[in-house]
Design a protein around this ligand. Sequence first.
Ligand code: ZN
Length: 133
Amino acid sequence: MGLKPKRVEHDFVYFCPKCGNETWRTMREVQVIEKGVCECGQILDFDLIEGIKGKVVYKKKAKPGPKAIPVAVTAPVAPKKADLAEFEPAIDALMTLGFKKLEAMKKIKNALHDGAYGGDMDAFIEHLVMERV
Ligand SMILES: [Zn+2]
């Protein structure tokens, strides 16, 4: 909450009807002083002003922007168990080499994690088999 003004000072600007000179009056002056004299000698006859209706419209404070959300770093995720379904041939191949199924799956996951699978299942199986040697 910032400070709010208790009072508003307006400047009232009048123009001399004779010479056009500007005459500035404060809020206090326009409330009590009815008469004035222009530099040109013209008597100025003011209507007294009681006050000004209107209210202060505050600028809305800029809301602080949303907190920067740390960008999730997408770490390469090893395929889940279900994703290994298509690697059944590779699992079989490893099992024939003496791996237990879980070991075979783990080996395949690791190989996938390393990006060893390029879409060619035979090459992938060969990679797995060669890796064993
Ligand atoms: Zn004047």
